[in-house]
Ligand binder design. Structure first.
Ligand code: OTD
Ligand code: ZN
Ligand code: ZN
Length: 354
């Protein structure tokens, strides 16, 4: 009897990624471009990427950084997004489409890292959302309510009822990606939604939400590298996500939400939110799929459903993973600082060969 030892699949894409900017950009980009063909680049810089002009300038900096990477990483394609604000103009949408921007991102103000400029009142965005539906530009949603009085662990489930569903009812042509879902309620909503009368919906799922539940944050002490937003949830939610990701549904696809912060900003009295998973992203997903005997579903989740949703061609290159154990390095270079990857120093069953 032999078990699967090598897995060759179409090169995957990362449909939700934080690349940052400036001195760390090249270091961050190197990890993702080694494994993925394309990535949707999140616009939550400081200041945020709110206009087509800013997005094109950011894209140019990324393309410049790509030129300094190894040969086999140079075909990487960054897909750009705009950060929706109360003041985004409807006229910016046609320009965005024209410039190849793939989506707009909704951050409820204050929901996550660098979201202070986010939307305070979605009613102010009705015209923009209509223009997006008209131009077939999807809305990518950070799906958490932000009121301080709502329990952190309930914010996603409440967002569905209070914000997401009403939003789709008001804009029935709008296509939506519910980003980095973390709960069974989100899985159920995406699975059972009325697509006869409402716009298409899909969801991205991170590797860390497939592999860990909230105990990981508190295992023998406080573990800042497992803290992200939306925060890890109970085991029952992790199981629902794993079930969705490995199912035949076209609505769930890969988005790492790899969100790098320097070691000192994570290991801090008020540590930043975000898990840095880019260096071993594909291996983490393989580990999760393998844990339930569903490796045969990995290619659809990682490489097919994302491009199909965005109306882009699937990648033609292939990548290979081997079931050989690797030890995750304790740190990587991050500009002039260091960064700690998720599960640093621990071993992983899978290794990316290229
Ligand atoms: N979550 N950290 C960040 C973004 C994500 O909500 C997200 O997309 C970040 O640092 O940009 C995080 O925990
Ligand atoms: Zn988010
Ligand atoms: Zn993110």
């Amino acid at each position: 009897m032999t078990s699967t030892t090598k897995l060759t699949i179409t090169q995957p894409d990362d449909w939700h990624l934080h690349l940052r900017d400036g001195v760390v950009l090249k270091d961050v980009l190197g990890h993702t471009s080694r494994q993925f063909g394309r990535a949707i680049v999140m616009p939550n810089l400081r200041p945020p990427i709110t206009t087509v002009e800013l997005a094109l300038q950011y894209q140019a900096r990324i393309l410049q950084a790509i030129k300094e990477l190894p040969e086999n990483s140079q075909s990487f394609v960054p897909l750009m997004t705009l950060y929706l604000t109360d003041n985004t103009k409807a006229s910016e949408i046609a320009k965005a489409k024209e410039a190849g921007i793939v989506a707009l991102k909704l951050y409820p103000a204050g929901a996550t890292t660098n979201s202070d400029a986010g939307v305070t009142n979605l009613a102010k965005c009705d015209e923009v959302l209509d223009a997006m539906a008209q131009h077939n530009l999807p809305l990518l949603v950070h799906g958490e309510v932000t009121s301080a009085e709502i329990d952190l662990f309930d914010r996603e489930a409440i967002f569905i009822e209070e914000v997401l569903h009403p939003l789709r009812m008001r804009h029935p042509q709008l296509r939506v990606v519910f980003e980095h879902i973390t709960t069974s309620q989100a899985v159920d909503y995406v699975n059972t939604t009325d697509t006869a009368n409402l716009g298409e919906i899909a969801a991205t799922i991170t590797a860390h939400h497939l592999l860990y539940n909230r105990n990981a944050i508190f295992l023998g002490g406080i573990r800042p590298h497992f803290y992200c937003l939306p925060v890890l949830k109970r085991e029952q939610h992790r199981l629902a996500l794993l079930n969705a990701a490995t199912s035949d549904s076209k609505r769930f696809f890969l988005g790492t939400d790899s969100a790098p912060h320097s070691k000192h900003l994570k290991e801090n009295e008020c540590g930043c939110a975000g898990c840095f998973t880019a260096p071993q992203a594909v291996e983490f997903y393989a580990q999760a799929f393998d844990s339930v005997g569903k490796l045969q579903q990995l290619e659809a989740f990682a490489s097919f459903r994302g491009p199909d949703f965005y109306g882009l061609p699937r990648n033609t290159k292939q990548i290979t993973l081997e079931k050989t154990s690797q030890t995750i390095p304790s740190t990587y270079q991050f500009g002039e600082e260091e960064i700690v990857p998720l599960n640093a120093g621990k071993s992983l069953d899978w290794t990316f060969l290229g």
